[in-house]
Design a protein around this ligand. Structure first.
Ligand code: MLT
Length: 241
């Protein structure tokens, strides 16, 4: 039996060069912090999340009565109800509610992923569930790291490595892409001291300077938000509820 592909794209600008077969599972990753915010909001029982790229569209949806969470450059948008903060989501009254989310890179990654396969959202907060889902579905896996403004982000690559390592243990998957091999090496090098290693990353430092240490800690906590966000039409739902 031929092993299934697990490939990784390290930047939104590089997606154009990927020649992925249709019909795979696309895992969108934005460790700091869109992945963890989405997981936290669904763990807080939000019914669905509407990811939108444009600030203007989010503002319009706010006028139409939607709850909105969002940031630019990491800072909460002034018109939004919430920032892009997983810890804020956990304490918000979201039971049964719908939420618009707009972020600097994560929601762009979701938009780019939409036509490439079945989109799910992965982070350390739901690593085990994402890994189990992939093993169950037995389809090629394409990991899209959101990065920062078109650039590579260390923490997203670490998660790509963690996920690839986890699913390739099964031998169903082959991690023989240069990016995936590199991600696994980065993860193996960092995993025993994840927080300190991630703190070396530029976006972690940016968030620390904004007082978001709790968000970083939550985002790096393995399996802390046991949900499986999946895109259905244009909304993210917890596929397990
Ligand atoms: C993004 O989408 O770029 C991030 O989630 C930014 C942030 O940490 O708020």
């Amino acid at each position: 039996l031929k092993p299934l592909t697990i490939d990784t794209c390290f930047s939104l600008e590089l997606i154009q060069f990927k020649k992925w077969e249709p019909g795979g599972i696309v895992v969108v990753v934005d460790i700091l912090r869109a992945s963890s915010t989405i997981c936290a909001a669904l763990a807080a029982k939000a019914e669905k999340i509407y990811p939108v790229v444009s600030e203007e569209q989010a503002k319009q949806l706010k006028r139409e009565g939607w709850l909105v969470a969002g940031e630019r450059g990491g800072k909460k948008l002034e018109f939004a109800d919430y920032g892009n903060s997983p810890v804020e989501m956990l304490h918000a009254e979201l039971d049964g509610k719908s939420l618009v989310l707009t972020t600097s890179n994560g929601t762009k990654a979701i938009e780019k992923a939409e036509n490439l396969g079945e989109v799910i959202i992965g982070g350390f907060t739901n690593l085990r569930l994402v890994s189990d889902y992939i093993l169950e579905r037995k389809k090629p896996v394409y990991i899209i790291c959101s990065g920062w403004m078109g650039n590579f982000s260390y923490e997203d690559a670490l998660f790509a490595g963690a996920l690839a390592e986890s699913v390739s243990l099964s031998k169903l998957f082959s991690s023989a892409s240069d990016e995936t091999l590199s991600a696994i090496e980065l993860w193996r090098n960092a995993k025993n001291n994840l927080f300190d290693n991630v703190m070396l990353a530029t976006h972690a430092q940016r968030l620390m300077n904004m007082g978001a240490e709790k968000d970083i800690r939550f985002a790096l906590e393995l399996n802390s938000a046991p949900v499986l966000p999946g895109l259905r039409e244009k909304y993210l739902f917890n596929l397990l509820s």
